[in-house]
Structures are given as C-alpha cells and as structure tokens.
Design a protein around this ligand. Structure first.
Ligand code: NI
Length: 256
C-alpha cells in the first residue's frame, strides 16, 4: 500500500471522473494521497477533498507560476486555510526559472513569505524547484525552512545538491520521470539517498511514468515509480512502500 505524497486532484483533467477515481484508490493499493495546491482555489478544493475522503490530506499555497497574482489578501486567505483539518503543509511553493511565468524577484519574495507562514504555524513545506537551484537553496537556508522541514518534490537536481538537502534534514521526492530511459542523474540520486529520506509521488495528472508516458497520470500508477526505486536500491517494492509511507507520515506529522 502506497502513500502518493503529491498529486493534484483539483485539476480540471479530473472533472469527469474524480469521485470514481478516488473511490477506486484503496483497491489499487493507494492508501493515502496528499493533494498539493497550486493557488488559493486549488487550496480550497484540496481542503474539501480532505474533508470528503478520509485518506486524502492537503497542502495549501501558491505555486511560483502564479506568484505574480499573490497579494496580502492571498496571504490572509492562506493563513485561514492552513488552520483547516488535515492541512499538513504549505506548498507547493518555490522558484521556476524554466517557464518564468512570474518575474523572478516576485517569485522569490512570495516564496520567502510562504516559508515564513509555514514557520509561523510550524508546518513543513513542499518545494518546487526548476532551473533555479542556487536561489532556491539560498532562500531555504536564509529563511531557515529546515526548522519546519520539507520536501523537494519531483527532485531532478544533482547529487551534490541532494546531499545539501539531506544535510538540512529535508526529504527528496521521486516521481514518474525516474522510470524514463534517460533518467541517469536521478538514478544516481536515488542510489545515494538513504531510504529514510525518500518520498514517492505521482504529481498526477502530470509526469506519467513509463509505460504510460503521455497519458493522464493518477495515483494508481505510483507502483511504477516504487518498483524503479526498489530495483535501484535492490530491495522489494513492499519495503519501498512501507518505508516511504513512514517517511511521509513523519514529515507531515500524520498519525494513523
Ligand atoms: Ni505538483
């Protein structure tokens, strides 16, 4: 049984079959799902999914893509949302210089502010980092995000940066791209990161693993990622499922 530590069931690509899909998850060996927010609307939808489904948890936050739309009012909304039941983290937050949908200085400012919110409520953060390694790492250190902990989601960085993340006591989350043929750097990272610091995720509906690359992703595909991690580590998929579930509980302070 798996914990999908990062998925987006608020996404409109699930509008046609969201309920049926979520209700089928237990049979598909997915015990728990964390719905990761992208903006205030999706934060609220995540809160509502967590209310409706016992096995769903939520994070609240605004993705760097939407940073240009954040105002002080947005922060007040997030301050309310973070207090809701089963909201276990602030995220996903961070920096994305690949798309640059929001100006970089604006992304940085609201990344810092959302880390400060997480610190105020003592909840961990879910970090999105794309083509922005050094600025992300600097902000995480300067804002002392490691004091509340967090995870670098869908980690695609170097082994060297992975080691710095581990030194800060934070987690690394592995998603579908680990199953792609060209995933050599990510394989090296998985090899080196101790099992007690790894999470697994789908990032559904995105990042569908092989052999379904290109199709809509959902949490039932997580076993492809888990199997790949098991192969790299030379352990069973059951061991990967068990250890990553414990890690996810522990990072997000979930008691079951
Ligand atoms: Ni995501």
């Amino acid at each position: 049984m798996f914990f999908d530590s990062h998925a987006h069931y608020d996404d409109k690509r699930f509008d046609t079959d969201r309920e049926a899909l979520l209700e089928s998850m237990q049979q598909k060996k997915v015990s728990y799902i964390l719905n990761a927010a992208s903006n205030t609307d999706s934060s609220l939808q995540g809160i509502n999914l967590a209310k409706e489904y016992d096995f769903v948890y939520a994070s609240v936050g605004v993705h760097p893509h939407d940073a240009a739309e954040i105002t002080e009012e947005t922060m007040q909304v997030l301050e309310e949302y973070i207090k809701q039941p089963k909201v276990v983290a602030v995220g996903e937050i961070g920096l994305d210089y690949y798309y640059d949908y929001s100006p970089r200085d604006v992304q940085q400012y609201w990344f810092r502010r959302q880390i400060q919110l997480a610190r105020d409520v003592k909840k961990p953060i879910i970090i999105h980092m794309r083509d922005a390694t050094q600025d992300t790492m600097n902000i995480v250190m300067e804002e002392k995000a490691f004091e509340v902990g967090g995870v670098f989601h869908c980690y695609s960085g170097s082994l060297e940066i992975a080691k710095q993340i581990l030194q800060m006591g934070m987690y690394i989350s592995i998603a579908g791209p680990i199953t792609f043929k060209n995933a050599t750097k990510a394989v090296e990272v998985v090899k080196a990161v101790p099992m007690d610091r790894l999470l697994i995720e789908t990032d559904a509906p995105y990042l569908t693993p092989a052999p379904y690359r290109g199709k809509r992703n959902d949490s039932s595909f997580i076993h492809y990622t888990a199997q790949k991690v098991a192969d790299i580590k030379g352990i069973s998929i059951e061991e990967v499922a068990k250890q990553t579930m414990q890690n996810t509980f522990s990072l997000f302070g979930i008691k079951r």
